[in-house]
Unconditional design. Structure first.
Length: 276
């Protein structure tokens, strides 16, 4: 167990809480300009922190600047992601990943940045803890409200990556305390006994959407457990069967603006199909 203040986290492997700030909200076209990662290790009670500003190589939108306050001048002389990407990749290692709205934004954004420099962030053997999903299932709010609810304080440095990453740790601890023995009742009235517990695997299972394979929801499982498309002319069709009948569709996906995660999944399916 790893003690975070007065709460011990049960860890089977490393877990990293992280947050990014970016030039905008488009995970395919925008870039990371600030990142903070906090690593908790099973055998090391002291967390490791990695925090840096990054030159994104493209202008910061006015909308993004209004949120995080990071200007083009502040990152003009900072290293690019291609210069620091390997350091970030090595720091992450095989750790589980946690964040706030990380499944829909931070993780796909980070995957795209790694993909551009020839690195693949494989999610297949990682547990993903999106603290926002716990919050939305139990107390739908924003990070600032989550901090006030679970930590009984005010988050004053919102949209600073390091402050947000630290706040995410505190919110997660507060959620573990608050929901330790609380049952979850879904929209259909079914009850799941006390799903929030000090167990990363159990929480990851509770908040995951098992039918969806990727955070952009382009791929999903059907009732038979087969991977199917969730978009376009082949929506609902089994991916492997489509590739058998129309191999060019695979190449089209790999050339278009799909996320690195989607391309990673379809590449594996395509290669396995060719072997069969």
């Amino acid at each position: 167990m790893i003690m975070i203040n007065d709460l011990k986290l049960n860890l089977e492997k490393d877990i990293i809480f992280f947050d990014i700030e970016s030039t905008g909200l488009n995970v395919l076209r925008d870039r990371i300009l600030q990142i903070a990662l906090i690593k908790y290790s099973k055998n090391n009670p002291e967390p490791q922190e990695l925090f840096m500003l990054i030159n994104p190589g493209i202008p910061i939108s006015e909308e993004a600047f209004a949120v995080h306050g990071i200007s083009n001048d502040m990152i003009r002389n900072k290293p690019t992601f291609s210069q620091v990407g390997n350091e970030i990749y090595d720091f992450i290692g095989n750790a589980d990943l946690a964040g706030y709205n990380s499944d829909r934004f931070d993780i796909p954004m980070l995957m795209e940045e790694f993909h551009r420099i020839g690195l693949e962030l494989d999610l297949s053997k990682r547990r993903l803890i999106d603290v926002q999903k716990i919050f939305y299932k139990m107390e739908p709010r924003t990070l600032k409200a989550a901090y006030k609810l679970y930590c009984e304080g005010d988050l004053t440095d919102a949209h600073d990556a390091l402050a947000d990453a630290r706040a995410t740790v505190e919110v997660f601890k507060g959620q573990l305390r608050r929901y330790e023995n609380v049952d979850y009742v879904d929209g259909d009235g079914f009850t799941k006994p006390a799903p929030i517990k000090n167990d990363i695997a159990a929480i990851a299972s509770f908040i995951s959407d098992d039918s969806m394979l990727d955070v952009t929801q382009r791929l999903k499982y059907n009732a038979k457990g087969e991977v199917i498309f969730n978009f376009g002319k082949y929506s609902g069709h089994v991916v492997a069967q489509v590739f058998r009948n129309e191999p060019n569709y695979y190449h089209w996906i790999m050339e278009k603006d799909f996320s690195a995660q989607v391309k990673q999944i379809v590449k594996k399916i395509y290669e396995e199909m060719k072997k069969s």
